[in-house]
Design a protein around this ligand. Structure first.
Ligand SMILES: Cc1cc2nc3c(=O)[nH]c(=O)nc-3n(C[C@H](O)[C@H](O)[C@H](O)COP(=O)(O)OP(=O)(O)OC[C@H]3O[C@@H](n4cnc5c(N)ncnc54)[C@H](O)[C@@H]3O)c2cc1C
Length: 493
């Protein structure tokens, strides 16, 4: 019986994936309800402000903005009326322990000019060749991994896939990203820069497949962007669109559970009961099985798999401008091999972590006072590892010592406000199992074939979008997952 409490689609989780899935289903004509446990949408894409400082708390690097635009276009709206962004020539500033500083650009001529100050002609040719090959690899096989449902073993026999076997199964690709990079790039610093792309999905460059060399294509060929107003405007503008399109959104919905009820699912929350023809999980899939479906066995089966990294992020209000700090900045550890051993084998906070600083006030002046900067300072940490208050101070001291070496300034003296997110907050606030930023790690060479798919095999009419399932975490892939789910639902009816 269809009643006013019956929906075509109920989406659980109001992060980017949940909002995008809800918009897409609503556009198909579904009556859609989005259930969010917090009092705001966005999940990991949260923001914070203090006095006249503002920080994006989660993602800071924005690629493939066309995937956000696509949602507005789908609804017949002009994206620019809701959401605008600017392309960045400068991709990242790199600082090495030996004092070498180097800026990588996505603009080819600027990149070559900057490279020529540090590297030989041969080394530069290696980089340009690498970037070109990453682009070819992406256009040959990228779509197989990110634009369609997860490849099944049966799909592997289809002629269009078989045709790509030489690329997919090439020795380079079956080797680690590091092995591939060492083969392509003769300079150790360049290898470290290109190894870092493994961390874009929270993985280990010494284990993940060389296939992920194509991640660099997104940053260095397609380019990076910055949304006017900050990353959070992605969520705010999409929330506006969802409401205009008629998605019903409920906040503070906790203890969500679902059971099959005739042809529907009965969904119970702290606020009552609703019914749906289908459910979409846009939360961590381990928690969806455990809490929403009450399927401990399935949840446990998925929970034992290796997770991607978690992170410790300090949000610092600086009362000084540091000219050396751009929009994205990396201070590399001296022993990258050891750092990843610490993260994945030892599961300890790296003794010498690579430090990332995002400083949006570099571009968006209003994010900090004229004489200050808003620093987002992050290190990778192992999933599942809590940080005590003593541990937090120790790590902070380590970070400060390192930054002071590079910047020749007493950095601590210039921090006038501090907040942080770590595994604990990521788990509690965003519902990330073990605080992992991207669900399962991609360390296994067959990781993308083993990842949880977008359609539930065990229960009818249940789908999965978001960073923990296929095709992966990060803004572009999360938006792709929403599209794949929508198309699967359409196909299945
Ligand atoms: C510190 C950090 C840095 C990052 N940097 C980048 C970057 O630079 N570039 C990039 O592309 N990506 C980055 N990412 C990854 C990116 O943020 C995520 O992949 C993406 O935002 C995930 O979106 P999602 O909708 O899948 O999940 P989430 O954002 O986690 O959303 C899940 C939502 O579901 C809600 N929820 C959870 N459990 C329940 C429940 N039981 N009931 C109801 N609601 C529930 C949560 O409150 C949340 O709102 C970063 C992430 C973090 C944390």
């Amino acid at each position: 019986m269809i009643t006013e409490t019956t929906y075509d689609t109920i989406v659980v989780g109001g992060g980017l994936a949940g909002i995008a899935t809800a918009i897409r289903r609503r556009k198909r004509g579904d009556r859609v309800l989005l259930l969010e446990k917090n009092n705001r949408l966005g999940g990991k894409m949260d923001e914070k402000s203090w006095q006249n400082y503002r920080w994006d708390k989660g993602p800071s690097l924005f690629t493939m903005p066309q995937l956000v635009d696509e949602l507005f276009e789908l609804c017949g709206k002009r994206p620019k009326d809701y959401f605008t962004y600017v392309k960045q020539d400068e991709s990242c500033r790199y600082f090495f322990k030996d004092g070498t500083k180097f800026t990588l650009y996505s603009n080819t001529s600027k990149r070559i000019e900057a490279l020529s100050k540090q590297f030989t002609l041969n080394e530069i040719a290696g980089v340009e060749n690498y970037v070109r090959e990453a682009s070819e690899l992406y256009s040959d096989i990228g779509n197989l991994f990110i634009d369609r449902p997860k490849l099944s073993w049966r799909d592997m026999l289809k002629s269009e896939i078989v045709r790509q076997y030489p690329r997919i199964l090439s020795r380079q690709m079956m080797n680690s990203l590091n092995a591939f990079n060492e083969q392509q790039l003769s300079n150790k610093k360049l290898v470290q820069i290109f190894n870092r792309f493994a961390t874009y999905n929270g993985s280990d460059p010494y284990q993940t497949s060389g296939l992920y060399s194509m991640v660099s294509h997104l940053e260095l060929n397609q380019g990076t962007y910055f949304p006017k107003g900050g990353m959070r405007t992605i969520v705010d503008s999409l929330e506006k669109l969802a409401l205009e399109e008629g998605v019903e959104i409920r906040f503070d919905e906790t203890n969500i559970s679902a059971v099959a009820h005739h042809d529907l699912y009965k969904v119970t929350t702290n606020n009552g009961e609703v019914f749906a023809r289908r459910l979409v999980s846009a939360i961590d899939h381990v928690n969806f099985y455990k809490y929403v479906l009450g399927d401990q066995k399935q949840s446990q089966k998925l929970a034992v798999r290796e997770r991607s990294t978690s992170g410790l992020i300090f949000y610092w209000a600086m009362n000084k401008r540091f000219d050396k700090i751009g929009l994205h900045n990396i201070f590399f550890s001296s022993d990258y091999v050891q750092e990843f051993k610490d993260l994945f084998a030892q599961k300890i906070i790296p003794t010498d972590p690579t430090i990332y600083i995002h400083n949006s006030s570099f571009l968006q002046k209003k994010d900090a006072p004229e004489d200050g900067q808003n620093w987002f300072v992050m290190i990778n940490t192992p999933a599942g590892v809590d940080i005590t208050s003593v541990g937090l101070e120790e790590i902070k001291d380590k970070i400060l010592t390192r930054l002071e070496e590079h910047l020749s300034v007493n950095v601590a003296e210039h921090i006038i406000h501090e907040d942080h997110w770590s595994k604990t907050q990521l788990e509690e606030i965003t519902g990330a199992y073990k605080g992992a930023l991207y669900g399962e790690a991609f360390n296994n060479k067959l990781a993308s074939l083993k990842r949880h798919g977008n359609e539930c095999k065990k229960y009818k009419n249940i789908y999965f979008s978001g960073g923990t399932v296929h095709p992966g975490g990060g803004i572009p892939l999360v938006l792709k997952s929403a599209k794949i789910v929508d198309e699967l639902i359409e196909k299945n009816g």
